[in-house]
Structures are given as structure tokens and as C-alpha cells.
Design a protein around this ligand. Structure first.
Ligand SMILES: [Cu+2]
Length: 247
């Protein structure tokens, strides 16, 4: 009886610690939407950053409650208001926003984030933001490096884990509607590189429109994409998956 109680209590304790850890991890990489993390360098002031990033001191202050602008530390992370604008010659088309909510599988459960697909006149503006990527590891003893991470649209909107050693096989192969070689699949994306686990990237593609990829999936792989090995660029295991849905 006593043991059961002790076990329960330490279980609750563990949960609190895990929860705290999770919050610390999220805070480390997370900035409010419309802003991006920025690491303070020597000589930075909010005034200088406002000029450099085409924003105002007021907006920077608003995005960083509790940060003392007169006492910035080198290496400190703040959130800078940044626009993730699509290319200037591309207009947003009718609003058919599409999103994939990315969750890590058994090989990297910490991964958490979104990929947003904005409909443009002639293509799609893709913005990814994820936390919890694994630390970079250089290639070693014939093993591929861990990161930057292969990143693709896969053919099925199914993120069932399946085999925990080789997860997310239910997502199928790369989405390749026009039967191209790998490196030129419609679903081939630039690799994702990690900044202490955090990654943010936007890019333009005219290989598809958002409504064509609904009910497919986005996969983040363990290893870099070499853009030449067929059919999947030797990107290794599947760390995270998200089904693409209407926003
Ligand atoms: Cu892939």
C-alpha cells in the first residue's frame, strides 16, 4: 500500500518535471507568430535592430515583454517582428490555406511544429516552423550525418507510426505526380537545418498549388537529402510526420 502511494507521488512529480522541461524547451525556440528568434550580438540595440529589420522599437518591445532593452546580453534570444512575405511579383490568390501539423514519432518525439501552404497566383508559398529537432551529428564511420534534414511531401495522408524502428511507412513514397526523378519531385523541398532544435524557413514553389496536396503528408527525415539517390535521396529514417489539411 505504502509502495503504491510512493509510486503515485513520484509519478506525479515526474509529470510536473516533464511538463516544466517541455515548457522550457518550447520557450527556448518559440516566438509569437509574426516574429522570429534573434540572438543578440555585440553592439545590438533595439533602435539598431529596428532599422536593420525594417520595424519599430515599439514593435520589438511589444514582442519581448519583460526584456530590458537597456540591458541586452550578447547571446540572449529575443523575438524580432519579421515579415515572411512571398515574392514581390506574386500576389496571394483566393484564400485556400492549407496546413500540416508536424509531430515527432518514436525516434524523436520532441519534434513539434507546422508547415503552412499559402496559395499564390502561380504557385505556393511554403512556411515551416518546428521545434525539437535532434542535435547535429557529423557523418561518422560510414553513417550519414544527422541533419540538415530531408524534407518532403509524401504521397499518403497517413501518419500512423507502424514499426517504431522504422516509423511512418504508411505515408508512402515521395509525392511525385509528374513522374520525375528524385531531386525534381513536386514534393521535394529544401533541407531543414536546425538552430539548436529550432527551424524556420519559407520558400516559393510553382510545382503545385495548396489544394493539390490536401490529404498527403509532410515528412522530416533524420539525414540530409542528397537530391540524387533514387527514389528518396538517401534521407534516412522518418523522424516526424504531419497530414496536410485545409486550414
Ligand atoms: Cu521524405
Amino acid at each position: 500500500m505504502e509502495n503504491v502511494e510512493t509510486g503515485e507521488q513520484s509519478g506525479i512529480f515526474m509529470n510536473i518535471i516533464l511538463q516544466l522541461n517541455k515548457e522550457v524547451i518550447m520557450m527556448a525556440g518559440k516566438c509569437p507568430s509574426g516574429t522570429s528568434p534573434y540572438i543578440i550580438k555585440q553592439g545590438d540595440t533595439f533602435f539598431k535592430l529596428a532599422q536593420q529589420y525594417n520595424t519599430s522599437v515599439g514593435k520589438i518591445l511589444e514582442s519581448n515583454p519583460g526584456v530590458d532593452s537597456n540591458n541586452l546580453q550578447i547571446g540572449q534570444t529575443i523575438c524580432l517582428p519579421m515579415k515572411n512575405d512571398p515574392p514581390a511579383n506574386e500576389n496571394a490568390a483566393a484564400n485556400t490555406g492549407v496546413i500540416a501539423r508536424i509531430k515527432g514519432g518514436p525516434l524523436r518525439p520532441q519534434i513539434n511544429g507546422t508547415v503552412q501552404f499559402q496559395n499564390l497566383q502561380s504557385g505556393t508559398w511554403v512556411c515551416v516552423e518546428v521545434n525539437g529537432l535532434p542535435p547535429y551529428q557529423p557523418a561518422n564511420g560510414g553513417q550519414s550525418p544527422v541533419g540538415p534534414h530531408g524534407f518532403h511531401i509524401h504521397e499518403f495522408g497517413n501518419c500512423e507510426v507502424g514499426d517504431p524502428q522504422n516509423p511512418f511507412q504508411a505515408a508512402g513514397e515521395h509525392w511525385n505526380p509528374t513522374n520525375q526523378t528524385h531531386g525534381n519531385h513536386a514534393g521535394d523541398f529544401p533541407v531543414l537545418f536546425s538552430n539548436n532544435g529550432y527551424s524556420k524557413m519559407c520558400f516559393y514553389t510553382n510545382a503545385f498549388k495548396p489544394d493539390q496536396i490536401v490529404e498527403k503528408s509532410v515528412i522530416i527525415h533524420e539525414n540530409p537529402d542528397d537530391y540524387r539517390t533514387q527514389p528518396a535521396g538517401n534521407s534516412g529514417k522518418r523522424l516526424a510526420c504531419g497530414v496536410i489539411e485545409k486550414a
